[in-house]
Ligand binder design. Sequence first.
Ligand code: FE2
Ligand code: FE2
Length: 348
Amino acid sequence: MYHSDDFRQTKEDNFQLHISREKDFKILQLTDLHMGFGWLSKKQDELALAAVKKLVRRTKPDLIVLTGDSVFPFWPKAGTRDNGKQAKKLMAFLDGFQIPYTLVFGNHDCEMGSACDKEQLGRLFKKGAYCIFTEGKKDLSGVGNFVIELVDDAGKVLLPLVMLDSNMYGEGGWFFSGFDCIHEDQTDWCMERLTAYRQMDPGIRAMAFFHMPLREFKDAYERMKLGDKSVVYEHGSISEKNEYFGISKRPGSFFDRAVENGVIKWMFCGHDHLNTLSLTYKGIRMTYGMSIDYLGYAGIKKSYTQRGGTLITRKADGTVTVRMVPLDAVVSKRVRGNGTPEKNKAIC
Ligand SMILES: [Fe+2]
Ligand SMILES: [Fe+2]
């Protein structure tokens, strides 16, 4: 576990990280690394690690957040099912930056037949020298539901970062049975925590990080395409085939509850490697992180316009910016978009 005078675990599901009010605080969201670390994935792993290194060096973040599918224990592609070994290798690599990092699980980290389940993998990640992770409350769905509070020197919470396990698969329990979502008990837990923050500070705003996109992200995209001006285009595009969103078939109430609760203003996900869209809907900015994957999708090694990270900056004055950090300098307008809702029609 990360160790610093500025950092402590205060509860089973809560951390505090002290930050300076005078300086910007930079979070680099990386998603879908799909590290194989097996005999079939050597080339792709080298490329993925080089990409991460480049992005970290370029952005110099204060915190790195991995939004799932960090490891990929899928034998036909990686040549191993040992996600424990994969996690250890990934941690050794990330610890080398000497920058704290945290993570949520995706649907692939504990793929069927993998050596470790989520509890075991979570215990391993807790051993990372710079890793911030806890399983969270045992009676909640998923593993790794917790909050990292960014606090000032006086102990005032400036920005809670809510980490959520969006679980894995729906009925049937495997890839082709569709994806799961954030469950009701996790939603209750999250909203209770947020309400408590709001009671202390009515102006507080929070961020949520999880792997699978919410169905409302797709709804908002569809509305935007139909010209609904209440949806604000921010950046990026939907580049998955047939404008695919890997959403759950289950309804899930997380988005509606977050809107009603009013504290979460930013949501970050991954999962759909080619989607980089960011938009604001009902007061919440939803963002697909740029992804790293060289191994998961067939042929993705050659595709580059989606590859990169997402830099989230909490400025000293409390404002927040979110921007794409493409790995390659040249990214087509189709991916980057034009930056205004009006011009966005060109990318639909
Ligand atoms: Fe993925
Ligand atoms: Fe995924």
